[in-house]
Design a protein around this ligand. Sequence first.
Ligand SMILES: Cc1cc2nc3c(=O)[nH]c(=O)nc-3n(C[C@H](O)[C@H](O)[C@H](O)COP(=O)(O)O)c2cc1C
Length: 194
Amino acid sequence: MSLYSQALAEFRALFAQAQTLDTDYPNAMSLATADSQGRPSVRIVLLKELDDRGFVFYTNQRSAKGDDLRANAQAELMFYWEKLKRQVRIHGVIESVSDAEADEYWMTRPLESRIGGWASQQSQVLDKREELDDSYKTIESQYPDGNIPRPPHWSGYRVLPDYFEFWEERPFRLHHRQCYEQKEGVWTAFLLNP
Ligand SMILES: Cc1cc2nc3c(=O)[nH]c(=O)nc-3n(C[C@H](O)[C@H](O)[C@H](O)COP(=O)(O)O)c2cc1C
């Protein structure tokens, strides 16, 4: 098994464990991005798909994170499952998912979320709450049959990993940090001091 496959398998095993926890969002991950000046931003998004290529989340690509990712197509993801005493960090370059993939996921979203996907100008200033409510109602009335297409700016990004760090809490802060890193196409595995 390649080191990359090993890292993915390690993540999948941990994620399966996380999904048995009594928590609403075991798939919540912090997404760190940076703009062209290097100014960092972090926020939570949900992992919606994981395959051998990488980690997918969906968003409004005209959002602040979308601007960052256009300027600087790399990101770090971070999962923390307190009950498991585990943290995972994943760094990688970003690519947009295909339109077909985004369409397929869009159709699984509840009707209200699809309306919201059109109604919200994510990350733009909202003068007052009523504007959003009005916008929601307008979109709702435009699609009485509920057959709402995906907005072209609403899509997914896939993080193609080049670095994994599996952190595990150990006694006396002598934690365990197992890393996998890809440089110039070659994966290596190593430990880091806690
Ligand atoms: C539990 C949780 C899950 C979230 N999932 C998503 C998500 O999958 N996609 C998304 O665009 N925003 C999600 N958000 C909202 C983001 O954290 C953020 O507020 C929004 O994407 C705007 O970020 P930006 O202005 O940095 O682009 C989630 C927030 C929380 C707390």
